[in-house]
Write a protein that binds this ligand. Structure first.
Ligand code: C5P
Length: 245
């Protein structure tokens, strides 16, 4: 398969049909804009299974997305989109960079769900940007931004419900959107990328144990165990991971 793009945790290959892509999940873990790097054997497989299941669940809504089907342990078939170079972050509880930036205590429930935007640019370390920056840089037009924001809030409600059913609290998450072009040259803005414990903060509702990539970021250990716990709670049957305990 022809490699089209290699990111920090995924590779994209040309898909079998026109307008399709194969998204391959690697075991590489990075944090703090790749200043911290490691390989966590099996992580890519679990993320592929969890993200596939979440996108399938989103089919219960009318939210358009890129996911077609999971092809193998590490691969999924997706629709080809032009990624909009903005990361949309939704926060319900304070954690991570908002605590560092604004001095808010981790775990504080935010009075309202917060939306933030970051520029997708590794060289600049994905800086936080405002809607005015997005407009000034012409990264997305107003209509696209309204679609992105309203969809992100709908995903937030959907994921909050989905995770609360399995005793997990959704703290925050990151989404990416892309332009899906039809044969007439018109496009629709659709949800893309992945939704996994790499891109969401997920805490056990009762114990507040972190079940997400913060286990790697903060050297807490037990990342595979935490991701497997999420998969198990979602009744996902994972393949044998060959991970040394
Ligand atoms: O690091 P920060 O607190 O800004 O992250 C907010 C949320 O967005 C977290 O769930 C994190 O996993 C996710 N995120 C991501 N990819 C990035 C930046 C943040 O998935 N490049």
């Amino acid at each position: 398969m022809k490699l089209l793009y290699e990111g920090k945790a995924k590779k994209l290959f040309k898909g079998p049909q026109k307008g399709t892509i194969v998204q391959y999940f690697k075991d590489d873990a990075t944090a703090f804009n790749a200043q911290k790097k490691d390989t966590v054997i099996g992580k890519g497989i679990i993320n592929n299974y969890i993200s596939s299941r979440i996108f399938q669940a989103i089919n219960q809504t009318d939210i358009p997305h890129h996911f077609i089907k999971r092809l193998s342990e590490r691969e999924q078939l997706i629709k080809e989109v032009e990624i909009i170079p903005i990361e949309i972050i939704i926060r319900k509880v304070a954690a991570g960079t908002i605590c560092k930036r604004l001095g808010i205590k981790e775990g504080q429930v935010l009075p309202n769900t917060l939306v933030e935007f970051c520029l997708k640019n590794d060289e600049l370390s994905d800086p936080i940007i405002s809607r005015e920056h997005i407009e000034m840089m012409q990264l997305a037009n107003n209509f696209e931004m309204e679609t992105i924001i309203s969809t992100a809030f709908r995903i937030s409600d959907f994921l909050t419900g989905l995770f609360s059913m399995i005793q997990i609290q959704l703290i925050d998450f990151k989404l990416e959107f892309g332009r899906f072009y039809n044969s007439n040259g018109f496009h629709e803005v659709i949800l893309a990328d992945e939704i996994s414990p790499d891109s969401c903060r997920l805490w056990d509702i009762k114990t507040k144990k972190k079940l997400d990539k913060d286990r790697f970021r903060r050297n807490l250990g037990g990342l595979i165990e935490a991701y497997t716990d999420i998969a198990n709670r979602m009744s996902i049957k994972l393949p044998e991971l060959n991970v040394e305990k």
